[in-house]
Design a protein around this ligand. Sequence first.
Ligand code: ADP
Ligand code: MG
Length: 146
Amino acid sequence: MIQFMKIITHSSKETIGLGERLGKRLQGGEVVCLFGDLGAGKTTLVKGIAKSLEITKRLLSPTYIIVRHYPINHKTAKTLYHIDLYRIKNVAETMDLGLKDWLSDKSAIVVIEWSERLEYLLPSDKIDIHFQYIDEYTREITIENT
Ligand code: ADP
Ligand code: MG
């Protein structure tokens, strides 16, 4: 897969397009960690990933409910887990979520916003995506395979 890639997007549409290109390469068993401030474009990218997986249900931010999952029908992967840990304060609070099972589910694609809150629970083999706000419509996005 991609080792390191730096992209500038100039609209949310372009970020969705990037998510689609990335999503097409995912097969299941991947953990994708998204880093960046509120409004940086994390959820927007996940919309593109979901689109590429032919998920037609509208993708909503899981900020208040921590996780949303979507069945995938056309791939080796069976489920997309979209997790947002913004409201989680520390790793202890995540223990009850069932997160460990999702992280080890080889038929799942797991995408996590605010994954830094998971600390040592994160697998060493993951895809890190960093979002940098440049201006209203411009974001610098780096994708890195750890
Ligand atoms: P996050 O999940 O990181 O908090 P969101 O994806 O929910 O961020 O929100 C990003 C906001 O920034 C949206 O309102 C989106 O329309 C806007 N935006 C403007 N330009 C871009 C861009 N290039 N990429 C992604 N989002 C953008
Ligand atoms: Mg978000």
